[in-house]
Ligand binder design. Structure first.
Ligand code: ADP
Ligand code: ZN
Ligand code: ZN
Length: 816
């Protein structure tokens, strides 16, 4: 009797055992995929975890349907990593599996297929069954897995579907995400036989009678020499008037080669790549220090100010790894994953760069997966957002986590609610690889790890080219209001600075934090917001209840109009957003070309890239936007960055509000003056004395770190404690309330202290479900395994309580 334990992509925390025959048992290894029946009629793709001979005690095992792979698709290291994520983030390993595998690897009864139309099919012959499915798809657009079963009149069908996918004859119907269709651009180059100078001269002589073609050819030669490579068609057309027809002839004659390719892909024939730039003295020093740190520590923080040229240092480190045949993972926040960065890396590393992107089609993601498994050169360096930690690295040497402080590395929904940076550190340690965390404004816990010596620390305090950090000044909105020096939301100082910058033919960025969040009450006279007496956070305004509430301890006070700080009757919940700023400014400066970058204007497929491109090209004078602007963009001509109102950031009801404000404002400010001339930053605020704003203007990260750590220590927030957040959801308020109270009591009984809540979150009902939170502070030095074990038991205990059976309980570890 042989059995396999498998992982199923479902949120149930138990092993599933199936029986296999001796032959299968000898063939199967951990990481192999098998199709298995589940319940009455479901089929799932499962991953083999363990092959053994111990029958389960409590149930009769079913047989597997079939084996789906020749070789394991998931490595043993990955399985360990999945297990770590499941244990640490308190979820099932099946949930990790679902997040980790590209959809095409997860065929199941819900799968819907269609004919493949976008990609060339393989030549491979088809089996009779495969033919039958294709035939059926000719008649019906789509087939459900059950349709396939009845067509073939058999139960085991995942294997056939898998084969058709591999032969590129069918595609999966993806409803979850919009397919990313890469933009195509024509590239031109001289045919190889004319690349020699003598051959080219001879050719040009021959063309005396076709002067126009000759001119086009010369231009192409010059442009490609300058760019050392292929030339974009539009570029050439822009250089020579009326070039289209002569170019056509040159292509027809085979003198010029044309190739269409994705803007973010390197051409087949362009294998030669640019050399990395020489490092500046300061960069060189940082580079050496990082290497030094890596001899002792496996993780190193690279704290380099904005525009210090961190990327060039990364490139040097990557070069070295690739030269040793090692794989490298370059991870960054989704929004910073722009063509700007990708093409920069491709310039250096050519087709060794694999991009793994949630907006790419499943096929492209599968391609990168397989390349990594095979240790193909083409994905030796993988660039992507947090989900890249799930890729099957075989020989990982280095992980770079750029902008490591970014909270978009954290996944909130669905489980696994993991943090990409932290999961990457664990992955690297399993692979014995090094990790470099890069940021101009590191997360407090990372910096703490660095100063405590757990991580290495390397600082780069000077910008590349010795450009000075921007000259940052605060504008006192109280004062401007009193003196009537405001036009709408613009102070006279900001308006003047904008006009001056435009007159110098430089660009302006205006920043306003995201709109539409839980409103807080703010005093229109002094700018302060009512604070919780028990916690270091602002109270949130609850309109329906007419209350001010604290989200951490549940404190509530009735709403008044009177400001507790200055006594004026001017507390006001009104906020303003990017749209309003754009409108106001357009009225004030009718000539200026103003664009807006926020969630509303970047919804379309390429809208984000278009805005960035437009701004780069100088088609836009002023860009008004939200934090999207802060993410690693390298614009060359920005002379001024204006922050419309900094207080609202600082008053955000979250214990991280100050840290985040510092990070965000420093990053936004960092967009200014990245070339020769020193840039200028103006921050408008009602409360310019606020310590954080002072620290932003003096670029005083260390000061901010010290002060914030003191606060965190006092209130027991991370990094002094870890947090686990439990969210209860139910359609009935009473039931939900009872459940969350029961759970909070049970936690208290178990841990004595560190339990906060239950409290109703600012949005107390979502999709008709009432919500409530309980927070647990976990001492960092507590044996985390035992702690999690106890918590896991309480959760199971809770779920077994009859009255709470239908309450959804979401557990989020490190919920920030
Ligand atoms: P950071 O990521 O630290 O904010 P970047 O890596 O974007 O900074 O570098 C800022 C600018 O300086 C970029 O335009 C980059 O091309 C340029 N730069 C950085 N280092 C060098 C170098 N060694 N040689 C030439 N240009 C450099
Ligand atoms: Zn006031
Ligand atoms: Zn409180």
């Amino acid at each position: 009797m042989y059995f396999i334990d498998v992982i199923l992509p479902i949120p149930i925390k138990q092993a599933f055992t199936y029986s296999v025959n001796a032959h299968e048992a000898h063939f199967l290894k951990p990481g192999h995929r098998v199709a298995v029946p589940f319940g009455k009629s479901k089929i799932y793709t499962a991953i083999v975890y363990k092959v053994h001979q111990t029958p389960p005690q409590t149930y009769e095992t079913k047989e597997i349907d079939q084996i789906l792979d020749e070789y394991p698709l998931v490595t043993e290291t990955q399985l360990k990593h999945w297990q770590w994520i499941a244990d640490y983030y308190l979820c099932s390993i099946g949930e990790v599996m679902r997040a980790a595998l590209p959809g095409a690897f997860l065929l199941e009864s819900e799968t819907i297929i269609r004919l493949q139309t976008e990609r060339p099919a393989s030549e491979a012959a088809l089996s009779e069954q495969e033919e039958m499915i294709l035939e059926a798809l000719e008649n019906r657009q789509q087939l459900h897995l059950n349709d396939v079963r009845s067509i073939l009149d058999r139960k085991q069908v995942l294997g056939v579907i898998q084969a058709l996918l591999e032969k590129n004859r069918i595609a999966l119907v993806e409803t979850l995400y919009e397919q990313y269709i890469p933009k195509m651009v024509s590239y031109l180059q001289l045919a190889p036989q004319y690349k020699e100078e003598s051959a080219l001269t001879a050719l040009l002589d021959e063309m005396q009678r076709a002067p126009k073609q000759r001119e086009v050819l010369m231009q192409l030669f010059m442009l490609s020499a300058r760019q050392s490579g292929a030339v974009k068609r539009p570029e050439l057309l822009a250089e020579v008037a009326g070039a289209a027809a002569p170019l056509r002839s040159l292509i027809d004659k085979g003198i010029v080669l044309e190739e269409k390719r994705q803007t973010d892909r390197k051409a087949q024939w362009e294998s030669d790549t640019a050399d990395s730039k020489g490092l500046s003295e300061a960069q060189e020093r940082a580079y050496k220090q990082i290497r030094q740190q890596f001899t002792e520590k496996s993780v190193c923080l690279f704290h380099g100010v904005t525009s210090s040229g961190k990327t060039e240092v990364y490139v040097k480190l990557i070069e070295e790894q690739l030269a040793h045949g090692k794989q490298v993972l370059y991870m960054l926040p989704e929004i910073a994953l722009t063509t700007q960065l990708i093409s920069r890396l491709q310039e250096y590393f050519g087709d060794r760069v694999g991009v793994y992107h949630s907006r790419y089609s499943v096929h492209e993601r599968v391609e990168v997966w397989n390349q990594l498994l095979r240790q193909d050169q083409r994905a030796q360096l993988v660039v992507g957002a947090r989900s890249t930690v799930f890729l099957p690295f075989q020989d990982l040497g280095l992980v770079i986590v750029d902008e490591e402080h970014e909270h978009s590395f954290k996944q909130y929904n669905p489980a696994p609610r993991y943090h990409g940076r932290d999961a990457a550190v664990v992955l690297a340690s399993l692979c014995k690889a090094k990790v470099l965390l890069g940021s101009a404004t590191p997360a407090l816990e990372t910096y703490q790890n660095a100063v405590s010596g757990k991580y290495g620390l390397v600082s780069l305090k000077e910008r590349y080219g010795k450009v000075l950090l921007p000259d940052t000044q605060l504008v006192d909105l109280r004062d401007k209001n009193r003196k009537k020096r405001m036009q709408g939301h613009f102070s006279d100082s900001l308006l003047e600075a904008i006009q001056e910058t435009l007159a110098e033919k430089k660009q302006v960025i205006l920043f306003k934090n995201r709109r539409g969040f839980a409103p807080i009450m703010e005093c229109m006279t002094c700018g302060s917001a009512p604070q919780c007496p028990n916690c270091d956070v602002s109270l949130t305004f609850h309109k329906a209840k007419g209350q001010l509430r604290c989200h951490y301890c549940g404190y509530a006070s009735p709403l008044t109009k009177q400001c507790g700080a200055c006594g004026s009757m001017t507390l006001d919940p009104k906020g303003f957003g990017t749209e309003q700023i754009q409108t106001e400014l357009q009225e004030l400066l009718p000539e200026a070309r103003i664009a807006r970058m926020d969630q509303d204007t970047t919804r379309g497929k390429h809208a984000h890239a278009k805005l960035i491109h437009g701004f780069e090209q100088g088609d836009i004078d002023i860009l008004v936007g939200t934090q999207m602007l802060a993410k690693g963009l390298d614009f060359r001509a920005v002379g001024l960055v204006g922050v419309m109102q900094a207080d609202s950031l600082l008053n955000f009801p979250d214990f991280r509000a100050h840290e985040r404000s510092f990070q965000l404002l420093s990053q936004v400010a960092g967009r200014a003056g990245r070339t020769k001339d020193r840039g200028k930053v103006l921050i408008q605020a009602f409360n310019p004395e606020h310590l954080i704003l002072q620290q932003v203007t003096t670029h005083d990260y260390d000061g901010m770190f010290k002060d914030e750590m003191e606060q965190r220590r006092q209130y027991g927030y991370p990094p002094f404690n870890r947090l686990i957040r439990f969210t209860f959801k139910h359609r009935n308020f009473e039931t939900m309330q009872n459940g969350s109270r029961w759970f909070a009591k049970a936690l208290e009984a178990q841990f004595n202290e560190g339990v906060l809540g239950p409290e109703i979150p600012p949005v107390g009902r979502i999709r008709n479900e009432y919500l409530s939170h309980v927070l647990l502070k976990v001492p960092v030095n507590a044996g985390i395994k035992a702690y999690k074990g106890k918590v896991g038991m309480l959760v199971r205990n809770f779920e077994a309580q009859k009255p709470f059976a239908r309450i959804k309980l979401v557990v989020d570890v490190d919920p920030y």
